[in-house]
Design a protein around this ligand. Structure first.
Ligand code: ADP
Length: 549
């Protein structure tokens, strides 16, 4: 038996039963009338069953007299249970008001309707006996009256709104989340409508501009821009109307106190459901004022540094160049003095002349070295691929005399090819080997030149068996004019290692020494191994190409 029929029978089994037996005794026309009523009733029943909302009829006694299929299904009711008492039925369920508090059975809308109340879209929460799930329901109930206005029952329509509530809840949660994201984001966020009226303004924006959202909401965007860049900024913003969005546009913003902040902006358009009508534009900024200021002062600083470097270069060059001339004159006259008047001078005067000649020779050497130092910049040449073995050979040729004089033993190891300024590299080898020979002990100097590979670098070492350097002095010897001995002990100007450092650093390397006093020293300098670097880059590109495929 279909539930539609059961319901129909319910209907007839309860309120209609008396009239049915009366009808049996009636004759022709009455029968026809009854048949028509029956037909209408059937029509009504099938209409009710086609509705997904629950429909409940209750008589004046507070008993259910009719329920549609949705209602029966929701509460797993059979026809035998339909003429239940509403109060008893409500008592058997867990029912709550919309605010979550338990609702007494007497407050059930069908009963309130019996008392004449019209209940409009009232929300109730009921634990469904079938699944144990809490369902949100919206109830509308009204009294049913006869022609005299007397209440003869009530009708209730119940709509299950659980899914809608869930959707609303998740929408609200998303909205709350977005809201707090917007408010607690560190980046300034602003939203405006297509007429450039500001509609949202987060806290970071408040902090950046010094305006509170209340002061700015509903105002025109242009209020935020400094006069001088306003037109240009508005032009940029107008582009968003045409559907463009910014990836990263620099737009200055004027604070309430007049200060100007520079911000980088990206924007996104929000469209209506049709996907065409622009509803709002949202922009997120990054305050880069400090960065811009730092960049500007860095630029200014490096410009002035370059300028003062240039001045220093030309000063060093001019000074050393121009000092030579008077120095030559001094040493010339000192020599003449010694030659022409030597026999007339006493030994003390001769000693003075000898010391003066020595000093002017030293000065001469210093000027020469200074000039060479300043030429490191003025005469630098582009890097080319050079074989360090060849460079070493040239340096050793230049030092031939010194090597022979000291009976030095040189052991050149195999050196790599590098990208370098060949003349400057020769200066480095010359200085290091010259020192390795010069700072010898009583023994014959022995100098070893070797190379080792370290990751993306070559380490070139020049080692000796000389006097060694105390660790406390090892870093300062690379400074200009820094010497650890008197001229008498070991002649020199104190410029050689400073030159080496300048050259090595220009080549992207470092220079250092490993030594112990009395146990010889090894000077190392590093140079980038361009082959290893470019191989690695090629390997990386190759691998990413595979990933892309
Ligand atoms: P100079 O050799 O003209 O004195 P450098 O700049 O070449 O100037 O060297 C600075 C100082 O470093 C030297 O005076 C010396 O004290 C120390 N030094 C350099 N090379 C060595 C070395 N191979 N062994 C010991 N000391 C060294």
């Amino acid at each position: 038996m279909s539930s539609e029929r059961k319901t129909k029978e319910n209907l007839s089994a309860t309120s209609e039963s008396g009239r049915t037996s009366d009808a049996e005794s009636r004759d022709g026309p009455t029968k026809k009338l009854l048949a028509e009523v029956q037909q209408e009733k059937e029509l009504l029943t099938s209409l009710m069953n086609s509705i997904s909302d629950e429909i409940w009829f209750v008589d004046t006694e507070g008993r259910f007299v009719l329920a549609n299929e949705s209602a029966l299904k929701e509460f797993r009711l059979s026809e035998s249970k339909i003429n239940l008492d509403v109060k008893t039925f409500a008592d058997s369920l867990e029912v709550f008001r919309a605010d979550g508090t338990p609702r007494p059975a007497g407050e059930a809308p069908p009963l309130r309707a019996l008392r004449g109340e019209v209940v409009q879209n009232e929300e109730e929460i009921v634990r469904a006996p079938s699944t144990g799930e809490l369902r949100n329901r919206q109830v509308t109930a009204a009294p049913v009256r006869d022609s005299s206005g007397k209440i003869i029952g009530s009708i209730s329509v119940v709509r299950d709104i659980t899914e809608r509530r869930k959707a609303d809840d998740s929408l609200r949660r998303t909205r709350d989340y977005l809201e707090s994201l917007m408010n607690y984001a560190n980046a300034p966020i602003i939203v405006w409508d297509p007429s450039f009226k500001i509609t949202r303004f987060n806290r970071a924006f408040e902090r950046m501009t010094g305006y509170s959202a209340d002061e700015i909401l509903g105002r025109d965007l242009s209020i935020l821009f400094p006069q001088i860049t306003r037109d240009q900024s508005l032009l940029e913003i107008a582009k968003t109307l045409a559907g463009k969005h910014w990836e990263s546009v620099e737009i200055p913003v004027q604070r309430k106190d007049g200060d100007i902040r520079i911000a980088l902006w990206n924007s996104a358009n929000v469209y209506a459901e049709d996907g065409k009508r622009l509803v709002a534009t949202m922009a997120q900024g990054q305050d880069i004022t400090r960065r811009v200021q730092a960049e500007n002062s860095l630029r200014e600083y490096s410009l002035s540094l370059a300028q003062s470097n240039r001045e220093l270069q030309s000063f060093a060059y001019a000074a050393s160049h121009d000092l030579r001339e008077p120095l030559r004159t001094i040493s010339g006259f000192l020599e003449l003095l010694a030659i022409d008047y030597g026999d007339r001078l006493d030994s003390k005067a001769k000693d003075y002349i000898t010391r003066s000649v020595d000093a002017s020779n030293r000065l001469h050497l210093m000027i020469d070295d200074l000039l060479s130092f300043s030429r490191l910049e003025t005469r630098k040449r582009p890097f080319i691929r050079v074989d360090l073995n060849e460079i070493l050979k040239t340096a050793l040729r230049d030092l031939d005399k010194t090597i022979t004089e000291h009976g030095a033993k040189i052991e050149p190891g195999h050196l790599p090819e590098v990208m370098a300024d060949d003349q400057q590299m020769a200066i480095v080898f010359r200085n290091l080997i010259d020192n390795a020979i010069k700072f010898h002990r009583d023994n014959h100097p022995e100098v070893r030149i070797k190379a080792q590979k370290r990751d993306d670098e070559w380490w070139i070492g020049v080692g000796d068996n000389g006097i060694g350097i105390d660790p406390s002095n090892q870093s300062k010897i690379f400074n200009m004019f820094s010497r650890l001995h008197s001229w008498k002990e070991y002649p020199g100007t104190g410029i050689g290692l400073a030159m080496c450092r300048k050259i090595v650093e220009r080549h992207g390397g470092r220079i250092w020494v490993e030594s112990e006093k009395g146990k010889g020293s090894t000077f190392y300098f590093s140079l980038p191994d361009f082959e290893a670097i470019s191989n690695r880059m090629a390997f990386r590109e190759g691998r990413s190409a595979v990933v892309r495929e």
